[in-house]
Design a binder for this molecule. Structure first.
Ligand code: GLA
Length: 381
């Protein structure tokens, strides 16, 4: 999958050349899980699976049209009067609705979407679609807004237009990642730092349907908000949950469930700092820190599943694997193993066969290095 493919598909669909093409990647999170909406630190990286959006302006038309290679139904809408539809194109139309500023107005458009990034696997295809749409529109109308602003715009669309209350991690990773680096984000100040990351990452999709994910995710958010409210009764200056120290959490004697959630958040934040410091110093990821993160997600945040635990336990047995953990929200979705490319490559088929015979589900795996974030692939403007 590449920009040429998107261009050909555009030509086939609209019998014309696109004006612009942008592509944006999915992401995995190396460490810092469930911290973005708690004001903590995260360390995602872009993966080498991308969504491509190719667009041509249609200034003399009254409607816009978007066609996706992976969807049977295409979208037709007036870009000046957008309504939420509950369909796959809300990610695109939501961006079109939020994009205009005093200096940037949008014409009607013809657009295609092509992708080799699986959706519904927890690899942030929604963020990649938002970010690639946003950046291609910016190229189309020569808008000079900074990438970070476009990432925030995408994040707002996901929260307010699509209506999923996620943190900023996914849109930031898709927009701001740099090849060969993981992206260290402080989600309270929105500062970012590029951390060199040369190790290979095996992504393992457990293929568990993610029906539970949204409801459990929202429940965890509420539990974290409640834990913060109680901690603030003792410490009114506390800025966010991740800013508390684990000792402070223990001293507060929160209800048992809230204490577990708050301990995960506060300890995980310290793990991000430790892992980033180690990565900068030695160039390698601390495997023990990854395992500790998974254990905390399993026992304290309670967002793992037997399938994710199986993967972590089995990855641990492979020589050349440094560490493994679930990645993203949990409750199914993906896990990662970090380490030596050849070792991961040699082990992946066997892992798949063993998983399938244990769980009667076919997993998917990809091997990747830290990839480039969003990029403009073509600009004929
Ligand atoms: C999902 C959300 C992210 C983040 C992770 C958990 O992937 O989209 O914003 O909260 O869960 O770390």
């Amino acid at each position: 999958m590449n920009a040429d493919h998107a261009r050909h598909y555009f030509r086939e669909t609209f019998a014309a050349e696109p004006d612009v093409i942008a592509s944006a990647p999915g992401r995995v999170n190396v460490i810092g899980e469930h911290l973005d909406y708690n004001g903590g630190q995260v360390l995602p990286m872009a993966i080498d699976r991308r969504i491509y959006v190719a667009i041509k302006a249609r200034p003399s038309e009254t409607l816009s049209r978007v066609v996706s290679e992976n969807q049977s139904v295409s979208a037709e809408f007036d870009i000046q009067a957008i309504l939420r539809s509950g369909q796959w194109w809300d990610y695109i139309t939501g961006i079109c609705a939020a994009f205009p500023s005093r200096d940037a107005r949008l014409p009607q458009i013809a657009a295609v979407v092509t992708s080799d990034l699986p959706s519904a696997s927890g690899l942030s295809s929604s963020a990649a679609l938002e970010v690639s749409t946003c950046v291609s529109l910016a190229a189309l109308v020569a808008d000079k807004r900074a990438l970070k602003d476009l990432a925030l715009l995408s994040w707002n669309v996901e929260n307010q237009f699509v209506g999923v209350a996620v943190g900023v991690m996914d849109q930031f990773a898709s927009a701001l990642s740099v090849e060969g680096h993981a992206l260290h984000v402080w989600c309270d100040t929105l500062d970012v730092e590029q951390v060199p990351m040369k190790e290979a990452v095996l992504i393992f999709d457990t293929a568990i349907p993610r029906s539970l994910r949204t409801s459990q995710f929202n429940q965890r958010r509420e539990e974290c908000d409640e834990a913060l409210r109680l901690l603030r009764q003792r410490d009114p200056e506390l800025e966010n949950l991740a800013a508390a120290h684990p000792d402070e959490v223990r001293a507060a004697h929160l209800p048992a469930t809230l204490e577990k959630r708050a301990l995960h958040v506060t300890e995980e934040n310290l793990r991000v700092e430790a892992l980033v410091a180690g990565l900068k110093k030695s160039g390698s990821v601390s495997g023990e820190t990854l395992y500790a993160s998974h254990e905390s997600l399993r026992t304290q945040y309670e967002c793992s599943t037997p399938e994710l635990d199986w993967f972590v336990d089995n990855a641990r047995k492979i020589a050349g694997v440094r560490g493994a953990r679930l990645t993203g929200a949990g409750w199914g979705g993906c896990a990662i193993a970090v380490g030596d490319f050849d070792a991961l490559n040699d082990a992946k088929d066997e892992l798949c066969t063993a998983y399938e015979s244990s769980f009667r589900r076919k997993p998917k795996v990809w091997l990747t290095y830290a990839a480039q974030g969003v990029r403009v692939e073509l600009n004929n403007q």
